[in-house]
Design a protein around this ligand. Structure first.
Ligand code: CP
Length: 301
């Protein structure tokens, strides 16, 4: 049994297994079949130290769909507010009976620390600028469903790449599955290092017509994204996927975004709500993909 801290180093076989399992669960969820029993009697604890809508709720729904019970820890209403340390908090969740921990934290490395402290499988639900592996897996499942296969697709990841843990998990996984990635954004929002050897562009317009997938990222002002930019007012004009840019997409190209969206900043209404948008499919696939990850953590084939 082991958790999922990140997708760096995860091989093609394991990614394919997780996605195959996610696809089976997606059909099961869509047909409203009764819950599976893979985690029957187990307790999944969610501990989110940063805000979340889709990740926390979809983990909680996913846990119940595989037969587990959910223990929800919220720092604001817990003894964290009285100064209890992170380590004591994690050990307490384990002592109460958690079998799996799902952890989101603003500091990179906390989910790995939680696994080290407790010896429990931990799923990283987003750690600072580190990784967000289940988001990338849900995205890969969404692309597989839409295109049949992800191999050979060209994806542009556009915007605040530097601060994006989703971008990192996409970069550590999609090329393994045969996706070509180009990073697009103003220099201060591009990563300082490029261990993926991804193509990089500071301009969106020349890249746009050659993309199969336009993956827009939220400007993470809470992580200092505005620092180094001359001002945010010019950003949508240069990098926003507005209605006019939508006209210049390739015939079969699709739009993705991990959410939450800043409408009017990184994308406009046609991009967000039009027929090319896979954004709600990404959210929907968060449930079966997280079912697959939880089952994998507990060693179910
Ligand atoms: N994509 C994502 O992580 O969304 P939430 O912050 O709502 O969980």
């Amino acid at each position: 049994m082991g958790g999922l801290i990140g997708l760096r180093g995860v091989d093609r076989g394991h990614l394919d297994d997780l996605l195959d399992r996610g696809e089976v669960y997606a059909k099961q969820v869509a047909s409203r079949e009764p819950p599976s029993a893979e985690l029957d009697g187990r307790i999944v604890a969610t501990a989110f130290f940063e805000p979340s809508t889709r990740t926390r709720l979809s983990f909680e729904v996913a846990a119940t769909h595989v037969g587990a019970r959910v223990m929800t820890f919220t720092p604001e209403t817990s003894s964290t507010a009285k100064g209890e340390s992170l380590k004591d908090t994690m050990l307490t969740l384990a002592a109460i009976g958690a079998d799996v921990l799902v952890v989101r934290h603003g500091a990179r490395g906390v989910p790995a620390l939680a696994e080290h402290w407790t010896g429990l499988p931990v799923v990283n639900a987003g750690d600072g600028r580190g990784e967000h592996p289940t988001q990338a897996l849900a995205d890969a499942l969404t692309l597989r469903q839409h295109f049949g296969s992800v191999s050979g697709l060209r994806m542009g990841i556009v915007g605040d790449v530097r601060n994006s843990r989703v971008a990192r998990s996409l970069l550590w996984s999609l090329p393994t599955l045969g996706v070509e990635i180009v990073l697009v954004g103003p220099s201060p929002l591009l990563p300082e290092a490029n261990p993926w050897d991804a193509e990089v562009s500071t301009e969106l317009d020349p890249v746009l017509p050659g993309l199969d997938v336009v993956y827009m990222l939220r400007m993470q002002l809470e992580r200092g994204a505005a620092a180094g930019l001359p001002g945010l007012t010019g950003y949508p004009a240069r990098y926003g996927l507005d209605d006019e840019r939508m006209e210049r997409l390739a015939a079969d190209a699709v739009v993705m975004h991990p959410g939450p969206m800043n409408r009017g900043v990184e994308l406009g209404q046609r991009a967000a709500d039009g027929p090319r948008s896979l954004i709600l499919d990404q959210v929907r696939n968060g449930v079966p993909m997280r079912m697959a990850v939880l089952a994998d953590c507990m060693g179910h084939e």
